[in-house]
Write a protein of this length. Structure first.
Length: 277
């Protein structure tokens, strides 16, 4: 008797659903899309809004299943208007999502090969630098770490950093340890901000970087770390942070912060990032 009642209730609620194989595939793809979006915005201020929108849609499905016409019409109107609101509210997240998606594709070997073939570019000749420049950059970070001189260095790859470069002072100079140390010297007019390296050369200093909106950042991370996470989330660039308070060096890639335990570890990461195997 109880089993019959339960089956009747299930049919009453979900009996209007006539699912085919295409419908099941559609639902699975939608679930995958929601999961991907959830992963991208997890830890950001948009998370609560995303949960609210999903909750409204679930309520709309429930009231539609019970044939509650007034509530169904209200929820449909709210959701229809909400599409525009979502685009406006989630504009930064949508932009970051598309930029990350493009950067991730361009970072893959297949994506690089296809893009370079289309554009006729030689990636190694464009981005690779000599071992001397890697040594100079590593040595500069080591000395600034010992002196507890704060530093933020961005290493560009495929994604354009022109918008970031335009916020600072343009420089066209070879990578040299003394130049880097002088730029980040506390009394230097260019020490506040990020140093940008593109194509194996220092192209700008005192640049302003986007700050990550993630809320799960460790409390010991300062603004340099948040800026490094922000730029590596939005682009395929890497970043080096030297903490002014502790002197510790961190390497940031794809929004992930890697503490550097010894200078050889930083040299290896830099060699890989700059195309020097």
């Amino acid at each position: 008797m109880h089993g019959y009642i339960l089956r009747y209730m299930i049919l009453a609620i979900f009996g209007f659903l006539q699912l085919s194989l295409a419908d099941i595939l559609d639902i699975l793809l939608l679930a995958l899309l929601i999961y991907i979006v959830f992963r991208w915005i997890r830890g950001t201020s948009a998370m609560s809004i995303f949960v609210a929108i999903i909750s409204l849609y679930v309520i709309r499905v429930i009231v539609s299943a019970f044939n509650m016409r007034l509530m169904t019409n209200i929820m449909e109107t709210v959701l229809d208007v909400g599409v525009i609101a979502v685009i406006v509210i989630f504009q930064p997240e949508i932009r970051k999502f598309l930029m990350r998606l493009g950067s991730r594709y361009m970072n893959s070997r297949q994506g690089k090969a296809i893009l370079d073939k289309i554009l006729g570019k030689d990636r190694k000749s464009a981005n690779a630098i000599g071992s001397e420049a890697v040594n100079d950059l590593t040595e500069a970070c080591r000395r600034m770490s010992e002196d507890r001189t704060g530093a933020l260095i961005v290493i560009g790859h495929k994604a354009s950093l022109e918008e970031i470069i335009s916020t600072g002072d343009r420089i066209d100079a070879a990578i040299h340890r003394r130049l880097i140390m002088n730029l980040f010297f506390k009394n230097s007019p260019l020490h506040d901000g990020a140093l940008v390296i593109v194509g194996g050369r220092i192209v700008a200093a005192r640049c302003t970087l986007p700050i990550t909106e993630r809320t799960n950042i460790p409390a010991n991370f300062g603004m340099r770390h948040k800026a490094a996470i922000g730029i590596t989330e939005e682009t395929d660039a890497d970043a080096i942070v030297v903490s002014e308070e502790t002197g510790k060096i961190s390497f940031v890639k794809g929004g992930t912060v890697t503490p550097i335990q010894n200078i050889n570890e930083l040299k290896l990461l830099l060699s890989t990032a700059l195309g020097e195997e």
